[in-house]
Write a protein that binds this ligand. Sequence first.
Ligand SMILES: C[S@@+](CC[C@H](N)C(=O)[O-])C[C@H]1O[C@@H](n2cnc3c(N)ncnc32)[C@H](O)[C@@H]1O
Length: 387
Amino acid sequence: MTPAARVAAAIEILDMIGDGLPAEQVLTRWGRGNRFAGSKDRAAIRDYVFDVLRTKRSTAWLGNAATGRGLMIGLLRAQGIDPATMFTGEGHAPQVLQDYELTPPEGEIPASEAWNMPDWLKERMVEGVGEQAEATAFMLQERAPVTLRINTSKTNASDVTQMLTEAGVTVEANPLSPTALTVVEGNRRIRNAPAYMDGFVELQDASSQAVVDALPQASRVLDYCAGGGGKALAIAARGADAVFAHDVDPARMRDLPLRSARAEAEITELATGDLAASGPYDLVLVDAPCSGSGSWRRAPEAKWNLTAENLEKTKQLQDDILDAAIQIVSQGGVLAYATCSILREENEERVQAFLERHEGWECTWEKTFAVTEAGDGFYTAHLMETK
Ligand SMILES: C[S@@+](CC[C@H](N)C(=O)[O-])C[C@H]1O[C@@H](n2cnc3c(N)ncnc32)[C@H](O)[C@@H]1O
C-alpha cells in the first residue's frame, strides 16, 4: 500500500470507531476484509489509529473536524506532515482537501483540547495527581514503552539480551525493575523471537514488574484478579511454594496454561467457589479492575469511554473485592492492593476506606508510580493486621 492509501484506510477505520465500535474489533475486521494489506501496512495503519485515539481532541482541533478524515488531517499536521501531500485523490489516496480543511485553526490550542481527555476527567486528574496533572495528561498522549520481563527462573539479563539481539530485538535495562528490559528496536520481532517463544521473556509493563518486586516473599500466594496472569507468572518466577490464580471471569485466564508451560511455571487456577477451601494464603494480591488511567497510552479508548458513573461503580467494586479477599488471608499474612490507575480516589482513598471498615488492619507500605517513559502509572499498597 502507498503511504496515502494507509491514511485512507485509517480514515475508514476511525469512522467505524466513531460509530461506536471497539478499535481492536474494527482493526481485525478491516484486516480480514483487506487481505492485500501486508503486516507492515497493518502495523502502520494501527499506529495511525492509536496515535489518533490518544490525541483525539487535539487532532480534531488541528484537522477542523472529529471525523476520520479530520482526525487524520490533524494527526498528519501534528506529525509535521503537510496533509496535502497525502490527500491527493490519486489511486487509493483520500480525496483532495476541501477549502475548510486547507489550513489549521489560528491561535493557540485551548487547554481543554490539548489535555486530550473529557473535561470532567481533567478535573479528576488535577485532584488525582495534583501539580503533575498536566505533565501526566501529555505523557498519556505518547506511545507506551514496550517492555519485557526476564524470566529469572530460566535465564539472566545478559544471556537473554544476547538471545534477543540475535533475533533483531535491541533492549536496554529499565530503571523500574531489575527484571525489566525496554525494547529499543525490533518491537515487531518479539513474538517470533526464540527468547519469547521459549518463555525466557514475557511482555509486561515495568511498573507491573515493580509491583511484584515489592511484594513480600510468601509461601502460598493467590493472585485474586489474575486476568491474563502476568503478575502470577512474575510471582512464580521469583519463587513461592504454591502460586494460585483466580479471576471472576475465568475466560480472562484462558492463555495462562500456555504461558505457564512456556515459562515452566506452576500455577494452579482456582474457581471462585474453591478459593476458601484452598486457602488461606500468606499473600493475596488484588490487582483490581480500575479506570486504567495509568495505562491509557496502551488502551486510549478507555479514557474517552469512562464516565463519572462508571468510575463510582468501579470504586465500589474495588471495595467489595478487598472485603472478599481479606477473608482468605492467613493470620499474619499480607493483602496487597494494586491498580494501574493514578487517581487518588481509586488508590489511597480506597485503602483509607478499607482501613476504616477493618479495624486492626494497617497499611504497612504504599507506592505510586507516575506515568513515565519507563512504565505505566500504578499504585500499590500492602495491608496487614496489627497484633
Ligand atoms: C487489572 S485486571 C488484572 C490484570 C492482571 N492481574 C495482569 O497482571 O495481567 C483486573 C481483573 O479483575 C477481574 N475481576 C473483576 N471483578 C472481579 C472480582 N469480583 N473478583 C475477582 N476478579 C475480578 C477482571 O476480570 C480482570 O481480569
